[in-house]
Write a protein that binds this ligand. Sequence first.
Ligand SMILES: NC(=O)c1ccc[n+]([C@@H]2O[C@H](COP(=O)([O-])OP(=O)(O)OC[C@H]3O[C@@H](n4cnc5c(N)ncnc54)[C@H](OP(=O)(O)O)[C@@H]3O)[C@@H](O)[C@H]2O)c1
Length: 262
Amino acid sequence: MISMDLTGKVAMVTGAGGGIGSALSLDLAGLGADMVLTCQSSRKKCEELAKQIEAMGRKVCVVQGDISHPEDCARMVEEGTAYHGKPIQILVNNAGFFYDVVPLIEMSDAQVSKTIDINLKGTMYMSREVCRRIVDAGLPGRVVNISSGAGHSGRVNFSNYCASKAGVLGLTRAMALELAPKHINVNSVSVGYVEVGRWEGDEGKDAVRANIIPRILLRRPGEPRDISRMVCFLVSECGDWITGSDFKIDGGESCGRVPFQD
Ligand SMILES: NC(=O)c1ccc[n+]([C@@H]2O[C@H](COP(=O)([O-])OP(=O)(O)OC[C@H]3O[C@@H](n4cnc5c(N)ncnc54)[C@H](OP(=O)(O)O)[C@@H]3O)[C@@H](O)[C@H]2O)c1
């Protein structure tokens, strides 16, 4: 019988207060994992999420920091490990930043750095801290890095974001090679267009929808749980023989041109 039970494991989700991060946190807890939720500015939202997770009978703590700062990453992982009294064995590097939308030739140094520092370097820092402790404890582990369709193909005015998410794909492969002998499986999920809270009230949302949805074979935007279900699969025993792979969860958007009209 297939089991996706995570009872007894501690899972950390970065950016747990965000749209996809909230779904990831609830679904991993729903499979039995005790949780470490990381936030930067959404502490209140994470604390509300933690209450829901506690009501499921799980242990959960909220840790706060900026993943682009290595010392914050070390502290957050230490706090989560100390709270649970055992290593974090499942890490989902979900936190991401994509707001500096500007042509490369107009991009400031800060706009180049910020996106790379959060999306790529932050993923490296968190992975380093969590995997070090898993290896020291001699336990198996799982890491899922959240990338994007923008890591596979270009997007106008998103060169910083595209580069950061392509970097996450390369990082995933290198981590998989280094960590397989230590029994840590590392994969990435490349996310398509998923509507999350930050779109609410956004006047651009209708234009984005009109542009993107015709390209999605399954003809709807993604929901956060479309992503979390794939991550749950990978970190459960279903993912025992999967490492170094990337999974595009995008309703079929990346598979080719759509020749038909509704
Ligand atoms: N939604 C989509 O269509 C889509 C498409 C492709 C890829 N993705 C990827 O999916 C992931 C989740 O995105 P989302 O759509 O759920 O976005 P979201 O709702 O904006 O969530 C992003 C999260 O990242 C956290 N974060 C940002 N900068 C941080 C920093 N410096 N340190 C710590 N945490 C930081 C935020 O934390 P606080 O709120 O606590 O500040 C926030 O919770 C991202 O990696 C994104 O690139 C999303």
